[in-house]
Design a protein around this ligand. Structure first.
Ligand code: ATP
Ligand code: MG
Ligand code: MG
Ligand code: MG
Length: 474
């Protein structure tokens, strides 16, 4: 079997189906059961109520390939895209779940069997981590699976450390929680990075592929940890990460699903260096944008819609950097349909809608992008020190529609940071002015501030909404 992404996805579902798991389809990126969660960011999201005992299913074992977005909210990988070999804004999480059925022993055995027997990964390339006090999981890895002690790492809470793993999972401040065990793959010493728990763990050498959560306790408001009557298991493995290993490449961006997208992006933008970071960004972003639109998100100025808008604008900026002339981003949808349409038939069904929404959004932003970039460029020439002033960041946001993360992205390429506090202050000031202005009932347009004018003529959601509604009716 050639290890295409499609084959790996299939093999995973089949393997767990053969272990009496119910195959459950991916749920929407908009969580149906949790208004506090921005996007579905893990396979367990659709099972949250089952874990909490508030929802009953007629199965106690499940397996899925869940589409996930991690851009904004608690898990935000937007800033990692283009910088690490392993992060996307959109990815697929393969997961097996036990609802009060099997626990640590089987969960570990299944994962190991899938990786080393079904996928035939060499055992000596794998490392595992356990929570520092989880002697039970440690003993299973050591004595039952036979992983040598030097390749089992105990990881604590590491609160505060920027990149360090955190091997204790919880759903919230109270409720189900428990220790994790993670499986890492060593991509080889020619790649920079250190093993989990070390200072260099965020490099691209040792890549976390599978996270196994043992839901074991019910944390009470007073901090007490009551044992759960029926411990459960929640696991997640990134399809793109396992595909990279099986396809003998060291970056997710070199796997089958991405090669076509990156080539298409190069063709459309005129880029010649296929290893350009901006091509990876664009290829990543078309996936999240298309799937968000499929699941009903539209570009807007708040909430989920604003996350989508930010991703589109970021992609447009990177396209511009690559040399794209005019709207280019929407043209990638066709290639995405080619790459992922079989696994996700709704991609092909909604291709026209996705293209229209993206094209419109792109055209609206394109008008101000170039002017904003000129202003930014001038400021970059003049900036003293390493921080972009908050006032400037605000002006770019307010007048040119530059989301803060976009300006930050440009700044980072020059080793600069932005003055977030200064931006926040300018924003608060504008809100105050708007509030005061709204206390007057008469409204003569001539008196509008720049901010209000740009709102007035700016990025109208209404237009986009109308297009979407029109297309949905068709
Ligand atoms: P990392 O430490 O690499 O950021 P994580 O610990 O945040 O990963 P989990 O929350 O444990 O990731 O998610 C389970 C699995 O999903 C990971 O082991 C990884 O294989 C995959 N995964 C997580 N985030 C991403 C992402 N942004 N892009 C692609 N795959 C991801
Ligand atoms: Mg992460
Ligand atoms: Mg991790
Ligand atoms: Mg993890």
């Amino acid at each position: 079997m050639t290890m295409t992404s499609a084959n790996i996805r299939r093999a995973f579902l089949d393997f767990f189906a053969s272990k009496q798991h119910q195959i459950v389809p991916s749920s929407s990126l908009i969580p149906g059961n949790d208004a506090t969660l921005l996007f579905t960011n893990a396979g367990m999201v659709q099972f949250k109520d089952v874990f909490l005992g508030q929802d009953q299913r007629n199965y106690t074992r499940a397996v899925s390939s869940q589409r996930c977005v991690r851009a904004g909210g608690k898990h935000n990988d937007l800033e990692n895209v283009g910088y690490t070999a392993r992060h996307h804004t959109f990815f697929e999480m393969l997961g097996n779940f036990s609802f009060g059925d099997y626990f640590k022993r089987e969960a570990i055995q299944y994962a190991w069997q899938f990786l080393t027997e079904e996928m035939q990964l060499p055992k000596h390339k794998l490392l595992v981590t356990v929570y520092e006090s989880d002697d039970e999981a440690y003993a299973i890895w050591l004595n039952e699976i036979g992983v040598p002690a030097e390749r089992i790492v105990r990881i604590g809470d590491n609160k505060g450390a920027a990149y360090a793993s955190d091997n204790f999972w919880s759903m919230g401040d109270t409720g189900p929680c428990g220790p994790c065990s993670e499986i890492f793959y060593d991509h080889g010493e020619h790649i920079w990075g250190g093993p989990p728990g070390s200072a260099e763990e965020d490099g691209d050498r040792f890549i976390e592929i599978w996270n196994i959560v043992f839901m074991q306790f019910n944390r009470q408001a007073d901090g007490r940890m009551d044992p759960l009557p029926k411990p459960s298991v929640d696991t997640g493995m990134g399809l793109e990460r396992i595909a990279a290993i099986l396809q003998n490449v060291h970056s997710n961006y070199e796997i089958d699903m991405f090669v076509g997208l990156i080539n298409a992006a190069a063709k459309i933008t005129g880029a010649t260096d296929l290893s350009d970071k901006s091509l990876r960004v664009v290829a990543d972003h078309i996936r999240s944008c298309a799937f968000l639109i499929i699941d009903g998100v539209q570009p807007s100025n708040e909430g989920r819609g604003y996350v989508l808008r930010r991703i589109v604008r970021r992609a447009v900026r990177h396209g511009n950097k690559l040399g794209a002339k005019g709207a280019f981003f929407y043209q990638l949808v066709a290639e995405l349909v080619k790459q992922m349409g079989e696994a996700y038939p709704e991609l092909a069904q909604k291709q026209a809608v996705i293209e229209k929404v993206l094209k419109l959004e792109e055209e609206q932003f394109g008008k101000t992008l170039e002017r904003g970039l000129v202003i930014l460029e001038q400021a970059l020439q003049q900036v003293e020190g390493t921080v972009l002033p908050g006032e400037l960041v605000f002006k770019l946001y307010d007048t040119y529609g530059f989301p803060v993360d976009l300006t930050n992205d440009v700044a980072r390429e020059r080793n600069l940071t932005i003055d977030q506090a200064g931006f926040d202050a300018a924003m608060a000031e504008q809100r105050k002015r708007a509030q005061q202005a709204s206390n007057f009932s008469a409204d003569y347009n001539t008196n509008l501030t720049t901010a209000q004018q740009s709102k007035f003529t700016g990025y109208s959601e209404e237009t986009n909404q109308a297009v979407v509604l029109e297309l949905i009716k068709e």
